[in-house]
Design a protein around this ligand. Sequence first.
Ligand code: HEC
Ligand code: HEC
Ligand code: HEC
Ligand code: HEC
Length: 455
Amino acid sequence: VLPDEGEVERRARLIAGALGRMGLTAFEPGDRDLVLGPALLRRVLADAKVPTVSANLYDQKGARLFDADRLVDAAGVKVGIFGVIGPASADDAALWKTWGLEARDPAAAARAEVASLRARGAQIVVALVHVGLRDVSKKLLDEVPGIDWAVLGHSGLNIETPEPAGGARMLEAMTMGKHVGRLDLHVVDGDARQFVDRGHRAQVATILADHQRQIADFRTRAVEAPQPSMRQYFEGRVAELERAIARETAELRALPAEVKQSWFDNRIIPLDTATADHPAVAMQVAAYNAENARRAAAGKPVGFSGVSAHGTPAPAPGATPPDQIRFAGTVACGSCHQAALKLWQTTRHAHALDSLKKVKRDHDPTCVGCHVTGFLRPGGTTDLAVATGRLRDVGCEACHGPGVDHLTAADKRGSITRQVGESVCRGCHTADQTNGDFSYPAFVKAVLGPGHGGA
Ligand code: HEC
Ligand code: HEC
Ligand code: HEC
Ligand code: HEC
């Protein structure tokens, strides 16, 4: 059950509106889009004029939900684009069944699409592949010849150097809208099949120059090091770098200095504050956020939990009455645990909401959950104003759980969770938020110290 009053649709229209304004040639919906249900998804995408493709998604009447493909002319080159999706996950299967939604065999659909697009004159065939993690995509591409480029969209990876799979090359830019992938294809002499990586030579040259700089530095240190053990260490590093430099020099010699045939260039571009917003999309987002603030002030539900679609129960619709919120807020804890509070104030958890403010997302319900305490959590609040007010930042109770009962308990020990396991951290430090960099043993040291669980 998603908290609603039209909140799901309002959010979907924001995203579809942005996709529509991007001037996409083809969009393939994935599993997270499909939780809207086929009727709402189709309506929202059509209203925003998003050209949607999916070759193997069928509705309850056995009709394709969207067009199978598109064939476009790109600077005189005919490019065919189709999409395929994998079967429903265990979490989504029951929903798909009630909707009569079916994903037919993606490999069979892909084979038929390659044949059809080539027959219609496609010189380049691009597959939008949303079948699962990278290995599943790779298997599909091994089984289906005739695809040139495969854009993946499910494994949350940044694939900087396109990876060969079957006759195709795989690309992906990471999830959550934090990066955009850009592949440039330059067709020389009408050859739209054999592309060389123009960026590769520059990449090897950069690494080589870097190694040459490093080796000079290590040579100096090997001479100047006071202890024999350190000298040995630096000499070892010099020998290692000599081998790498020899390898890279040979590779560079083998690569043509000038690319004369068709070439490609793939980049993953971070969408940070250096990337300007599209003015019309920025206006739409500002309007959405203003409405969030209005709804929050009126005590109405705002947004929905992004995780609810994947099995975690979301709180019931309607703002939680203040007396039912089980989270007290960090200030209340600090009145007794002054040393713990002081230490906490030195961590980035204490400024988590400011980080959202800086990027003007502190009213965005899809961001707020991990940057405050108890938003859309059991015993927490659905009210954005409470979440960003009294429960702002990643406070004590984000880790120790709701503490209202502990405040009033006669016996303080055992009335609140003391141990904070790795899974609590990983609820927010998810792979896609941290580039997979989270290490519990290393990170937990950074939140403990004198006055808070350690010396
Ligand atoms: C009225 C004072 C008071 C307030 C307010 C208070 N605590 Fe405590 N807390 C205590 C005392 C006393 C203990 C027991 C300390 C001991 O025996 O070492 C304790 C123990 C704990 C423990 C360890 C529990 C255990 O079983 O070992 C945690 C965790 C904790 N508090 C977190 C919090 C959090 C989070 C808040 C805010 C929601 C909070 N406290 C608010 C007084 C308070
Ligand atoms: C409610 C979500 C949430 C939980 C739970 C959480 N964190 Fe965090 N953590 C964050 C956010 C958000 C930031 C970034 C804050 C900022 O800079 O805006 C962060 C930042 C950090 C940082 C600073 C990282 C850096 O690069 O400097 C450390 C260390 C950290 N968390 C450790 C932990 C550990 C250990 C746990 C579990 C014991 C934990 N966190 C639980 C949300 C959470
Ligand atoms: C699933 C939890 C989660 C969600 C949802 C989330 N964040 Fe974060 N965010 C984190 C964590 C964890 C960190 C700390 C990462 C680290 O440094 O290791 C973080 C850090 C940040 C930072 C600080 C980065 C820096 O290095 O200074 C910003 C800014 C930020 N998030 C913005 C956002 C925005 C905008 C959204 C919504 C689009 C969002 N976050 C949604 C968990 C989350
Ligand atoms: C990022 C997660 C996180 C946050 C935020 C956090 N704690 Fe803790 N806390 C822990 C961990 C981990 C331990 C160590 C548990 C253990 O192994 O005993 C701990 C231990 C404690 C203990 C028991 C050990 C001791 O030093 O007495 C208390 C009390 C406590 N925390 C209170 C607080 C208070 C109060 C705040 C807010 C000011 C807070 N914590 C914020 C993770 C957190």
